[in-house]
Design a protein around this ligand. Structure first.
Ligand SMILES: [Zn+2]
Length: 301
């Protein structure tokens, strides 16, 4: 699991960058332009299945996976949502200081903006895919969509451990398997786990869906020449998966509000949706293929 040594030199440079940015970072970070109010709207925590909980806002998913040897947190929402996430974790009866591992599905501000603070609060170690390390340690500045740099968007996040496709993150009795589902970012990843509940076993997937940001041109992306090939591999891989329960980084992506309303009694079957997975992946693949055609008409530079 720990791939630190081979990246030692790189992380050394990263660490220096992190320190030099850290001093003045707070004053320079602009307020994010949040166009969808659901992204910052508080939402009560949800027990999804077994030891997997949703502790995010109404739209931005943060997942807490609890074990008797500490917890795993995936995604943060924007920095302003950290107090709400903390309240949700405490309302469930867990302690933020017991978070041992922090990771994310992909390094965009709406999913990692609060991770630096959550790392400080918990003392957790971050486990990130190498493809997203530059964007994480630069606070969003080093982004393939913006060749000249984007400027600081969020507090830079120190990376403690590299994770790669097929690696596992193990804590207590939980085993999370990492799946590289790149395209949306270079290091976008999904996580799969098996959950035993009520006498049966469920295949659970926390998916990074293959959506394409408006600012991307799939036919001309000098900062990410492999982008189309990476999306193709992601869709091929996702079509071959058969999760019983699947969730994603936006509630809207996995139709959470159709499956669950606050106050519903817990059942391991609340989020059961094996067919929905295949139709959602097909929808995103169709949108991706339409974008390849329409992006060809976009001006270049
Ligand atoms: Zn994104």
């Amino acid at each position: 699991m720990h791939k630190r040594s081979q990246f030692g030199v790189f992380l050394g440079v990263a660490g220096a960058l992190f320190l030099s940015l850290g001093v003045t970072a707070q004053a320079q970070i602009p307020e994010p332009n949040v166009t969808n109010p659901d992204r910052i709207m508080p939402y009560p925590p949800v027990r999804v299945i077994g030891n997997l909980y949703y502790v995010g806002t109404r739209d931005l998913a943060s997942f807490l996976i609890t074990t008797d040897e500490g917890h795993i947190l995936i995604n943060s929402g924007y920095a302003s949502s950290v107090p709400m996430i903390r309240d949700s974790i405490e309302a469930l009866g867990f302690d933020i200081e017991d978070i041992e591992i922090i990771t994310t599905a992909h390094a965009h501000n709406d999913h990692v903006g609060g991770l630096a603070e959550l790392k400080h609060l918990s003392g957790a170690e971050t486990h990130m895919h190498g493809g997203d390390v530059p964007i994480l340690i630069s606070g969003g500045d080093d982004d393939y969509r913006y060749p000249g740099g984007r400027g600081l968007l969020f507090e830079p996040i120190a990376v403690d451990h590299m994770i790669n496709d097929g690696d596992t993150i193990e804590l207590g009795s939980t085993v999370l398997t990492v799946h590289l589902h790149a395209g949306h970012t270079k290091g976008a990843i999904s996580f799969s786990m098996e959950v035993e509940e009520g006498g049966r076993s469920y295949d659970v997937l926390l998916a990074n869906m293959g959506t394409v940001n408006d600012t991307v041109n799939l036919t001309y992306m000098p900062g990410y020449p492999e982008i189309v090939a990476d999306y193709e591999k992601t869709f091929a891989d996702q079509k071959a998966m058969n999760p019983d329960i699947w969730l994603a980084s936006h509630a809207g992506q996995f139709n959470m509000h159709d499956k669950y309303q606050p106050g519903m009694a817990y059942s391991p079957n609340n989020f059961l949706d094996p067919e929905g997975w295949h139709s959602k992946v097909a929808d995103y693949e169709a949108a991706f293929r339409a974008r390849i055609i329409s992006d060809a008409d976009k001006p270049r530079d």
